[in-house]
Design a protein around this ligand. Sequence first.
Ligand SMILES: Cc1cc2nc3c(=O)[nH]c(=O)nc-3n(C[C@H](O)[C@H](O)[C@H](O)COP(=O)(O)OP(=O)(O)OC[C@H]3O[C@@H](n4cnc5c(N)ncnc54)[C@H](O)[C@@H]3O)c2cc1C
Length: 540
Amino acid sequence: MSELPSSTFDFIIVGAGSAGCTLAARLTEHEHYRVCLIEAGGKDSNPLIHIPFGLALLSRFKAINWNYNTLAQPHLNNRELYWPRGKTLGGSSAINAMCYIRGVPQDYDNWAQHGANGWDWDSVLPYFKKSEDQQRGADPFHGVGGPLGVDDLRCVNPMSQSFVDAATEVGVPVNVDFNGAEHEGLGLYQVTHKNGERCSTAKCFLALAQQRKSFTLVTHALVEKILINDNRAHGVAIKVNGQSQTLGAQNEVILCAGAVNSPQLLMLSGVGPKEHLVERGIKVERDVAGVGQNLQDHLDAIVQYRCKSKESYAVALAKLPRYVQAAFNYWRKRNDILSSNIAEAGGFVRSDFATDVPDIQYHFLPAILQDHGRQTALGYGFGLHICNLYPKSRGTITLASADPTQPAIIDPQYLSHPDDQKVMIDGIRKGRAILQSQGFAQYQGEEVLPGAGKDSEEQLLAFIQQHAQTIYHPVGTCKMGADKDDMAVVDEQLNVRGIMGLRVADASVFPRLVGGNTNAPTIMVAERAADFIHQQYQLA
Ligand SMILES: Cc1cc2nc3c(=O)[nH]c(=O)nc-3n(C[C@H](O)[C@H](O)[C@H](O)COP(=O)(O)OP(=O)(O)OC[C@H]3O[C@@H](n4cnc5c(N)ncnc54)[C@H](O)[C@@H]3O)c2cc1C
């Protein structure tokens, strides 16, 4: 833990994740702001965080992860799903798969149409560009000189390339920039890397804040409660090394604790659905019905094959010499296999139920990933992850108890809307067609899951119910919206309704999931939050 020079700051940011680190860097650009960032986890000193290929093993390290599990899911054979969330500097950006995706312009136009005024595509694009340091250079869609490295992969497995090459065979375009003019098609992902290493928000944003005198970082500190008096937040109660302490915020407390913990913290502090708070014995500061509601996530099904060739990344003795060489190459030049994020290729296609934009995302892995990497899968294989980008199912985050050390109850209610089942089934069929294309013939061994010949709706649904998992994109639990929207938790400047000096700025404010991965959009939210805050206090 760094020293606490003072117990009162201008701004207290809760959570050093994708959003929190970004906000800390931007607020400390103004030297007169005293900014304190509080993180429950510790330093990001595990080397596997920084070596992209280390991703394969990261979920085995419990100390950098909240290791959540959902409630038993009634539409997934009552299974409890594992939900990793980062608990270290960088938050989930320290453990994520590094795919750099923003979604489509329509996602943000949709936010604006549904009450998030000023969050349309034209308004948010400059903030994506502001954070970005695009290796390919600047263009109308991309920025250079920002803290977040966005690079092409330095190592592409031939199988990932075959996946992309299959595009023409199945009648979809090849896409060389999913964040450019067109979203649709198959292609290689760009990744949040710098010099062949993971570019978490700790590495690129927090490092900037740490150079500034007005900045204080507190690690291993659980924020237990926001201190609220007369409808105004004036600080936080934290526990560090078993010791309780309070820290004051002269201007604001900003929650960046993520889509599970931000609503949890609001409710622990008396801001949330009144009846639920009363049930848990919590004094109600403000009845805000939408806190913890509107939970959305991308459910993911994996079509898994055994591989005939030895091209795939695999746990196999015969691969050992190759891995030794790869380690040497990574040490010398930061390239080769260890610079791969494994989820190298993927794409966006339309299911038969899509409207105006692709509604399915693929992540192709030239490897067998079992149980999020928590189990070792022996042998050669490859898998295609398929997710429905716009689920209609909605879930909740609620409190198990008033004890801040108890995890919140996560109930995503996956597949509770029947339309979500149809999109997933169609996505699997379309994905299989790619893996069964000519280019894959040289690799294709046995289909392990769903299993050869299993193609009826009933069989594919049964497969999804038994095997689908999260692809880690929970959002929406403190949604942004207009005054008249009873379920809105924050306004379009991210202020919590009815409480002064309190904002939420992280993935929980998304009114609706975007059509892709959620790290870059979360960073964009934090970039905007910094501007809103600065505009307000500069004028005050
Ligand atoms: C395994 C995995 C793979 C993913 N892959 C991708 C990908 O390839 N591309 C992509 O774009 N997105 C990906 N994502 C999603 C993306 O990383 C998240 O959407 C994004 O990081 C969310 O940012 P956030 O700031 O909302 O929350 P987080 O980054 O999770 O940050 C929240 C922070 O708050 C801290 N915190 C929480 N509660 C408290 C408390 N009470 N007191 C103090 N600190 C607290 C946490 O420890 C954490 O550091 C992935 C996520 C995971 C988990």
